[in-house]
Design a protein around this ligand. Structure first.
Ligand code: SAM
Length: 159
């Protein structure tokens, strides 16, 4: 299985980079992982809704260029569908059984994802109704993908 994580902006905190590197290394046993960082845009503190919309659509254009045809697209959205870790694992496993060999996860930038991205999602995935910073979200997602593969393979992992 190939997993692509499409993100907006770079990781600025060293402790987050370290966690990302660790989970990326662990995931190497189970899948071919690719993380693509698309450039973010500066958003002014007092930006209007219209200005934010423009920024989001520019970010969306860059994201869309990196979505490969035929890959199963999972967008991370607060209002998406919530899964238990077991359910996510079974979903990923089911995709493999259905012959899907490439999953693309998309994490929005600091102001979220444009509807043009949401529109192409095969699944909108929520990690709760709370808002997490996009950089931290990358770590949480990697950990849950790793947990999925441990579950799929019947391997022990701390509860
Ligand atoms: C800081 S959040 C954006 C907040 C923005 N106000 C919104 O409503 O999307 C950055 C990105 O992290 C991801 N994210 C944050 N919290 C999430 C959650 N609870 N579930 C799923 N994705 C989340 C989403 O992809 C979001 O676009």
């Amino acid at each position: 299985m190939k997993i692509t994580i499409l993100t907006v902006g770079k990781i600025k905190e060293k402790y987050l980079s370290m966690a990302i590197d660790e989970y990326s290394k662990r995931l190497g046993r189970y899948c071919k992982l690719e993380i693509i960082e698309t450039p973010d845009e500066k958003v002014l503190e007092n930006a209007s809704q219209g200005q934010e919309e423009i920024v989001k659509s520019r970010e969306a254009e860059r994201i869309l260029k990196n979505v490969k045809e035929g890959s199963y697209v999972i967008t991370l959205e607060i209002d998406g569908k919530q899964f238990s870790s077991e359910e996510l694992a079974r979903h990923v496993e089911g995709l493999g059984v259905d012959g899907i060999s490439h999953i693309t996860f998309i994490i929005g930038g600091s102001i979220g994802l444009h509807e043009n991205i949401s529109r192409i999602a095969d699944l909108k995935l929520s990690f709760s109704r709370m808002t997490f910073p996009h950089q931290l979200m990358r770590v949480i997602l990697l950990e849950q993908i790793y947990r999925s593969f441990r579950i799929i393979n019947g391997e022990p992992y701390h509860k």
